[in-house]
Design a protein around this ligand. Structure first.
Ligand SMILES: NC(=O)c1ccc[n+]([C@@H]2O[C@H](COP(=O)([O-])OP(=O)(O)OC[C@H]3O[C@@H](n4cnc5c(N)ncnc54)[C@H](O)[C@@H]3O)[C@@H](O)[C@H]2O)c1
Length: 263
């Protein structure tokens, strides 16, 4: 099926590494024009080059720290100017240092909320007026199955649950103006090549945040008995972004976790 994303103007936040990079490559394969907004400018440039080789007619890079609302809004405005408009926003930026709630430093709560939730609100605020002008736009936000409650993820889970409430509300508030807004919730998704991720990717500290016992726990509790791959997440994103494939889909969440737990 032709997803009819050729020439679509797509913004991907956190598009430099891992899941975001796979999302950028999936849109490149469809022939979309892409703007990557990421804190890691040099890794984003590498991804942009690879995306052009995969078929994207143009890929722009905007370096910004999206945990800062003001930077987020101006980075999106810059991306819209480079692309000459925007049809699709994928909010993929997110970060988490897993630990039990009482072990987390309360000084870090706000940062977790800012990078995972405020960044989404800032970008949506920046793109909505543009999308409303053309009465057409798709927003796809990456949340997490952790949003439904998972040990060692409390503050991150709260922020990701906030993203779900926010995006479902945007879907209802702006559906009448031609905007669709949906969510993808990945399960545990390890990078195939941890050496290839950028310096701000969480997976640089893979040994600190994961151990084989945790991976085993996830696989054993997953219906399909395997972990998700970044491409699995990207495939769900392009489906939801496509007006042709998902014209009548809004306010929905697709979990791409292989059936983790009972969710
Ligand atoms: N990988 C998983 O197991 C998993 C599971 C569930 C949900 N998720 C969610 O999927 C999304 C992508 O996860 P990932 O594993 O690819 O992450 P990652 O850490 O590998 O990559 C995140 C990207 O965002 C960029 N970034 C980080 N902080 C930023 C900031 N403040 N401003 C701008 N850019 C910033 C990084 O440079 C990087 O390119 C996140 O929202 C994450 O919460 C991931």
């Amino acid at each position: 099926m032709d997803l009819e994303l050729k020439g679509a103007k797509v913004i991907v936040t956190g598009g430099a590494s891992h899941i975001g990079q796979a999302i950028v490559f999936a849109f490149a394969h469809e022939g979309a024009l892409i703007a990557i907004i990421d804190k890691d400018g040099s890794q984003a440039e590498r991804t942009a080059k690879a995306a052009r080789e995969r078929g994207a007619p143009a890929v722009f890079v905007v370096e910004a720290d999206l945990s800062d609302r003001v930077q987020g809004e101006s980075a999106c405005a810059k991306a819209i100017a480079e692309l000459g408009g925007t049809d699709v926003l994928v909010t993929n930026v997110g970060s988490n240092r897993p630990d039990f709630f009482l072990e987390l430093d309360p000084d870090g709560w706000q940062r977790t909320i800012d990078v995972n939730l405020t960044s989404v609100m800032a970008c949506v605020r920046a793109v909505l007026p543009e999308m409303i002008k053309t009465r057409r736009g798709a927003i796809v936000s990456i949340t997490s199955i952790a949003a439904f409650g998972e040990p060692r993820q409390s503050v991150y889970a709260a922020a990701k649950a906030g993203v779900i409430g926010f995006i479902k509300t945007i879907a209802r508030e702006y559906g009448g103006r031609g905007i669709r807004a949906n969510l993808v919730a990945p399960g545990l998704t390890l990078p195939e090549d941890p050496e290839a991720v950028g310096r701000h990717s969480l997976w640089n500290e893979r040994d600190e945040i994961m151990n084989p016992a945790q991976t085993d726990y996830v696989v054993k509790n997953t219906a399909l008995r395997r972990l998700s791959k970044a491409e699995d997440i990207a495939n769900a994103v392009v489906f939801l972004a496509s007006e042709r494939a998902a014209r009548q889909v809004t306010g929905e969440l697709i979990a791409v976790s292989g059936g983790f737990g009972s969710r």
